[in-house]
Design a binder for this molecule. Structure first.
Ligand code: MSP
Length: 556
């Protein structure tokens, strides 16, 4: 018999701290599905890493300073601090509704954050990388970013916001970004996976190769920001302030002091992944590493740029009235189904469409007919009626070709899904997991356990049921990062406790036969009840979606 694993040693071997972050969201808007898409992705990553036994920290939060926020507060007749305090609530509650279990929630107006920004500034200044000069250029308040003439559309419009940019002329502190052109190119060379997807990395490299201009990093024309420590006439440029959130939330940069979280999840983390939208890649892949190289602070492992979601084929915007908050969708479908749809529908890294029609189709086709049906046929029907609801014994000596085939499929699928989840290829992980669901349904079709029961072939019936129940156990783990609640409900039907990720213990399935004999399964309501046509119509009506079929383009 193999010796029992030494959990203490295992813990040390597996203690590879993983840090995953979302962008911090501007509080000038209510949360929408674009924000939810990033946050769910980061939550899936963190749940997966925890399942593998790695210490994991998941950060999200709010970007509360800058001209854009100051102006929005004015429109609402509120002092900026009152305005941002009010806006923090809907973000917090949206992540709760979506079961995004973040460890940290950073707000840039906190005193700790302010201190971190000033410390990082000082570290860059001590390096000789900050100087004062006059500045004149175009500025887009929507992007909170300076624009070169070359970038502007006709009529001096910002290419992202399609709104006129403003001319800014003021005295400002500069960061010697130009000095970091070559160090950044060297860093990119040494870290070929720094930006994902690869095509986006190529864009970043081309931008840097053209040569970088020094960056204005302070403003004097408004007050709503972190003051520059020795010159409080200036506030720190909102992107320098915002990017610092990734370390301030951990208590960094802590040049002298002790900050345990910062030490574990920044300085000595195995992996630091920033998930961002493609529109803010340059800030993360060029400015942020340059600031960190200047300050002598470790640079993150990877910047993962995802694509943009349209809604039913159209760009999301308030004027089109298709600005989708996640709340009503969670109410209609539940958090897990929405999370599944986000991760399944669009290849991570590509643009894609959020289509209510596709969501319903995937729900009925994949969740209700695919996984739901597999669970019902076996747990609620055959096992309950013929085996007294109990898990039968696995007989390794009596495995038949069909059983072996499904077991091999489960092993290959778990292995591939893990590889894809490591690489944030969520849609691929779900593709391979669904191949297993289909294979298991096919296995039930061909082994016909209802016939075995009728013919009294008890031993074979038990074997077939065991094979499906154990496959379901594997699925309850493989799908946990995406659908944590449904997976725990499934586990309860299988008579298993909820999954409790523990540092140092790898819970990912790899050995066949973990389901013990004699466990009592439970039949509760359907995990994924099918929507009939009239239910679909009423959901769409409730959500205010046209009755016409949606175009719904798919990106894969
Ligand atoms: N505050 C900055 C980020 C600072 S991070 C140090 C910001 N905030 S934002 O609220 O405007 O956008 C946050 C994220 O939402 C971005 O990654 C952006 O790409 C994402 N999305 C906004 N609309 C989106 C879609 N329609 N689809 C997918 N993501 C989108 O930028």
């Amino acid at each position: 018999m193999a010796p029992p694993p030494n959990l203490a040693n295992l813990g040390r071997r597996m203690a590879r701290p993983y840090y995953v972050t979302t962008p911090i969201y501007y509080v000038n808007d209510q949360p929408h599905i674009g924000h939810a898409y990033s946050t769910v992705a980061a939550d899936v990553v963190s749940r997966y890493q925890r399942l593998r036994g790695h210490p994991t920290y998941f950060l999200t939060g709010l970007d509360e300073y800058g001209l854009k926020i100051e102006r929005r507060a004015k429109e609402e007749n509120l002092a900026p601090q009152d305005f941002v305090d009010r806006m923090a609530t809907p973000f917090r509650s949206t992540w709760e509704e979506l079961d995004c279990a973040h460890d940290g929630f950073i707000r840039t107006t906190s005193a700790e954050h302010r201190e971190s920004v000033q410390t990082l500034w000082k570290m860059m200044e001590d390096k000789g990388d900050i100087y004062l000069d006059d500045y004149e250029d175009w500025y887009c308040v929507g992007c909170e970013s300076f624009k070169t003439e070359k970038e502007l559309l006709e009529g001096n419009l910002c290419p992202i916001h399609q709104k006129p940019v403003e001319r800014i002329k003021e005295r400002s502190y500069f960061f010697r970004l130009s000095k970091y052109t070559q160090p950044l190119l060297d860093f990119f060379e040494a870290h070929p996976d720094f930006v994902q997807p690869d095509a986006r990395f190529n864009e970043v490299k081309s931008f840097v190769k053209e040569g970088l201009r020094d960056l204005s990093i302070s403003r004097t024309s408004f007050r709503w920001g972190v003051p520059v420590a020795n010159d409080p006439e200036h506030v720190v440029y909102v992107w320098l302030d915002a990017l610092t959130n990734y370390i301030s939330a951990l208590g960094g940069p802590a040049p002298k002091g002790i900050a345990p979280l910062y030490d574990e999840f920044w300085t000595s983390a195995e992996t630091i992944t920033h998930i961002v939208g493609k529109d803010i890649l340059r800030f993360h892949a060029v400015y942020w590493p340059a600031f960190l190289l200047s300050a002598g602070v470790r640079v993150p492992s990877q910047i993962w740029a995802h694509g943009w979601l349209t809604v039913n084929g159209e760009k999301m915007s308030k004027s089109l009235g298709n600005f989708l908050p996640p709340g009503p969708l969670v109410e209609a479908f539940g958090a897990d189904v929405l999370r599944y749809y986000f991760m399944r529908e669009v290849g991570f890294g590509q643009d894609g469409d959020f289509s209510h029609r596709n969501l319903l189709n995937r729900y009925n086709g994949e969740l209700a007919n695919g996984l739901g049906n597999l669970i019902n046929r076996i747990v609620a029907s055959i096992v309950k009626k013929n085996l007294g609801g109990r898990v039968p014994r696995l007989r390794l000596d009596a495995l038949e070709e069909a059983d072996r085939h499904l077991i091999d499929k489960a092993k290959a699928s778990a292995c591939d899904a893990a590889r894809h989840l490591e690489a944030l290829a969520f849609h691929r992980a779900l593709d391979t997991t669904w191949e297993l669901v289909s294979a298991a349904n096919k296995y039930v079709d061909t082994t016909e356990p209802w016939k075995l029961a009728k013919q009294g072939e008890q031993q074979r019936l038990e074997q077939v049921c065991y094979t499906v129940l154990e496959t379901l156990r594997w699925l309850s783990i493989m799908l946990f990062p995406v659908m944590p609640n449904k997976c725990n409900e499934l586990r309860s039907q299988l008579g298993l406790p909820p999954l409790l990720p523990t540092v140092g213990v790898d819970l990912w399935p790899s050995a066949w036969g973990g389901l013990g004999p004699g466990i009592e399964t439970r039949t509760a309501g359907l995990l994924f009840p099918r929507f009939d046509e009239s239910q679909e119509r009423s959901i769409l009506e409730r959500l205010g979606v046209d009755k016409e079929p949606q175009p719904g383009l798919r990106a894969k």
